[in-house]
Design a protein around this ligand. Structure first.
Ligand code: SF4
Length: 369
């Protein structure tokens, strides 16, 4: 049961969301127990592999180049440092690594080749690998799948009606296309939203309606609370009440019984009791580690203590679907072969020049003049 047949219209979703809170949590907990082990919660880590300098204008995002925030643009991390961070996250109990790049879209260049290598290497560690790289086409999705990507994250963020108040640099339709491309390549879909951006409850339900209308709804729906960052257009948004997060998690759980509902950004503003109600209501995952891309998050030790107190168990990887196999990437192999040839040609030219009494040192001196 991918979508609960009892809820088909926005009015039904609104009635559900507005139910007396404990009734709502009880209904969500009942469904959660039918489809998931309620003691298991996946610990996932979110790593910003390319921070800041993004051309888009998402109103909540400190990584957009046009906003004056304290996020500094950085280059793509190296494959080695990503693997090191992944090992560290795994040692701390994470079974999934989500790698985020502040890109408008994936480009077919060396950076993307490096991301492909990151996916292969982290998948080899036995972790579920998720990427969030902006828009991508079908061919790029296929390369990621071939490298062993488990999930692609691309949030719809909010309803189609409110979307224009949040982002103007790309359309809702663009997002749906990227999700479709991931789906066609056989990658599982992670897509969710942010609450507390000034939207109405109807918009929150409108977001869920968008997922209900998909042929296959996402396997993973992260629910984020806005982390209002100074310098962004949403800096002055009032924080949401904890109850709203619990209602949103519970409603999502009831409507999509098989999906993993992820309690994502905004946990630093929630006490343990509110988080416990979210787990009761069906949240099956948290992001662990002290940073969520660029915004704060509870650290590993705090979460370990919470797991102990609540009797939760970190969920093992690949319990919902098989681990993908990492295959070599033909484009990278071709590029490396070309680079090898070029290197060989340069070497031969250098040796030939030396044989003819030509000193490369003199060349560099001439160049320097
Ligand atoms: S959310 Fe992503 S696409 Fe939007 S500005 Fe931030 S980094 Fe760019």
């Amino acid at each position: 049961m991918k979508v609960n047949p009892n809820y088909q219209t926005k009015e039904q979703l609104l009635d559900l969301y507005n139910k007396p809170l404990l009734e709502l949590v009880f209904e969500a907990a009942t469904i959660h127990r039918q489809f998931h082990n309620p003691r298991e919660v996946q610990m996932s880590s979110l790593l910003s592999i390319k921070t800041g300098g993004c051309a888009e204008d998402c109103g909540y995002c400190p990584q957009a180049a046009r906003y004056h925030t304290n996020v500094e643009a950085q280059k793509l991390m190296t494959v080695e440092s990503v693997v090191e961070q992944a090992k560290n996250a795994k040692a701390n109990g994470s079974s999934r690594l989500c790698m985020g790049a502040a890109w408008r879209e994936v480009r077919d260049n060396k950076d993307f080749d490096n991301v492909i290598e990151m996916v292969q290497s982290v998948n080899d560690l036995g972790m579920e690998v998720c990427c969030t790289l902006g828009m991508m086409n079908e061919d790029q999705a296929k390369r990621l799948k071939n490298a062993g990507l488990f999930a692609y994250n691309h949030n719809l963020d909010t309803s189609p009606d409110y979307y224009g108040d949040v982002i103007s640099t790309r359309e809702y339709e663009d997002r749906l296309n990227t999700i479709d491309n991931a789906r066609k390549a056989g990658i599982t879909v992670c897509s969710g939203g942010i609450i507390g951006m000034g939207e109405a409850i109807e918009d929150r339900m409108g977001l869920l309606m968008s997922y209900m209308q998909m042929e296959t709804p996402p396997e993973s729906i992260p629910i984020n609370a806005l982390v209002a960052v100074e310098g962004t257009p949403m800096a002055d948004q009032k924080p949401i009440e904890q109850w709203e997060m619990i209602r949103m998690v519970a409603t999502t759980r009831i409507v999509f019984p098989e999906t993993v509902v992820r309690l994502s950004a905004g946990r630093t503003k929630m006490n343990m009791e509110a988080q416990a109600l979210c787990f009761m209501a069906g949240a099956g995952s948290i992001f662990a580690g002290d940073k969520l891309l660029t915004t704060p998050n509870p650290d590993f030790n705090e979460d370990k203590e919470m797991f102990e107190i609540l009797g939760l168990l970190p969920k093992e990887p690949f319990k919902d679907a098989e681990q993908p196999i990492s295959h070599p990437d033909q484009k990278i192999l071709d590029r490396k072969e070309k680079e090898g040839h070029r290197q060989k040609e340069l070497e031969e030219a250098r040796m030939e020049a030396e044989k003819n009494g030509f000193s490369p040192r003199k060349v560099s001196n001439v160049d320097a003049l």
